[in-house]
Write a protein that binds this ligand. Structure first.
Ligand code: 4AZ
Length: 267
């Protein structure tokens, strides 16, 4: 997170304890995640590509660390093995589209860890309105391109960017192969400035983490987005791009909630 604020233990345990850190067996943090059930976290599909972690040969080298602002506090109690990876079947690495995945854990992520789950957005909310106050958080770099991650969770206030502005910024073809431009409906963008007027953003290592509503406005956080990509970090002309969670409710019902046990890939 660029130009954000550090989350201390007290703030973490009351406000940010839905965050998860994805780490390798050697405690290397490489992506974020959001706890959405006692046995599931939502992350980005691109975090699960072999290049994203140290041992490309093995999915077993993904560990989920929950319940601590300090990502180094990974013990037997708050560190979990991944039982199953459920990437969205339409994930498109070339376009970074449908960049959402669910990780299932056998043990209970919430029991004795101080962690909690939050709900994901379903269609029909007004929470994606341009200018809505949201926040994004993670253990990603605080300096663009530096490659080093902070030990403590960082967070920043943020606002939903209009689809038109964001689509134009990235010149994104809505339908690949056509000249139509605009942001795909599977994405939502955000940007922000902090109290000192500095541009804030998610950055490398924040991927997979949350874009959430601000509690005071919505009486409890709702997961709106999954940190996905951007050009640079905190550049005013390039908002951060997030997978738009409301578009994936059928996938999430299927993957998380014992919904219909078939999923045809359509949302
Ligand atoms: C990344 O590489 C990344 N500012 C994530 C988010 C953004 C840029 C890069 C958005 O993980």
């Amino acid at each position: 997170i660029i130009n954000g604020v550090e989350v201390d233990d007290a703030q973490f345990s009351t406000n940010y304890n839905y965050l998860a850190s994805l780490q390798t067996s050697t405690n290397f943090h490489y992506c974020g995640g959001t706890i959405v059930s006692p046995h599931h976290i939502i992350t980005a599909s691109h975090c699960l590509e072999p290049s994203a972690w140290s041992d490309p040969s093995s999915h077993s080298d993904i560990f989920i660390v929950v319940g601590a602002a300090d990502r180094g506090l990974n013990t037997e109690v708050n560190r979990f093995k991944v039982e199953e990876i459920i990437a969205h079947p339409c994930y498109d690495a070339a376009m970074t589209n449908y960049d959402i995945a669910v990780l299932r854990v056998e043990e209970d992520l919430l029991e004795g860890t101080g962690a909690r789950s939050i709900p994901w957005a379903i269609p029909g909310t007004d929470m994606y309105a341009t200018g809505s106050k949201v926040s994004t958080s993670g253990w990603g770099t605080t300096v663009s391109g530096s490659g080093t991650a902070p030990n403590f969770l960082m967070t920043t206030e943020y606002e939903i960017t209009s689809n038109e502005v964001c689509g134009a910024a990235y010149s994104m073809p809505t339908i690949p192969g056509t000249t139509l431009t605009g942001l795909p409906e599977t994405m939502v963008c955000g940007s922000g400035t902090n109290a000192d007027g500095l541009q804030t953003d998610s950055c490398q290592g924040d991927s997979g983490g949350p874009l959430v509503t601000v509690t005071s406005e919505y009486q409890g956080e709702t997961l709106l987005g999954v940190t996905s990509f951007g050009i640079g970090c905190a550049l005013p002309e390039y908002p951060g791009v997030y997978a738009k969670v409301e578009m994936f409710h059928k996938f999430l019902d299927w993957a998380v909630s014992n919904g219909p046990n078939t999923f045809d890939g359509s949302d």
